[in-house]
Write a protein that binds this ligand. Structure first.
Ligand SMILES: [Cu+2]
Length: 106
């Protein structure tokens, strides 16, 4: 009986850990050759999005709906972390042809 309880407790713990990992998904977006790669990412609320600038040119992240500048100026190798609250179309403030989007799946 004790073993059965132990198995149940361990199973529930593993399930909780798996659930927690799933709840905190991380999406990496590379900025390279004047583009966001991938440009369109499917996300859920609470997901973490991390942009990494691979270019030698500086870029940033600007919300296209309200022109809010979300990140600092990202130099080569800089990262910007963002927790998803809503869908977002964004651009680079320095290079308006650089476009990307975060699309909500839930
Ligand atoms: Cu740019």
């Amino acid at each position: 009986m004790k073993y059965i309880l132990l198995i149940i407790v361990v199973s529930l713990s593993i399930f909780s850990i798996a659930q927690a990992c799933e709840d905190e998904r991380v999406h990496f977006i590379e900025i390279k050759n004047f583009a966001f790669v991938p440009a369109n990412v499917k996300v859920a609320k609470g997901d973490k999005v991390i942009w990494v600038n691979r270019d030698i040119i500086a870029h940033n992240i600007v919300n296209r709906e309200n022109d809010n500048v979300l990140s600092k100026t990202l130099e080569k190798g800089d990262m910007f972390t963002f927790i998803v609250q809503n869908e977002m179309n964004y651009a680079c403030g320095f290079h308006p042809s650089m476009l990307g989007s975060l699309q909500l799946i839930n």
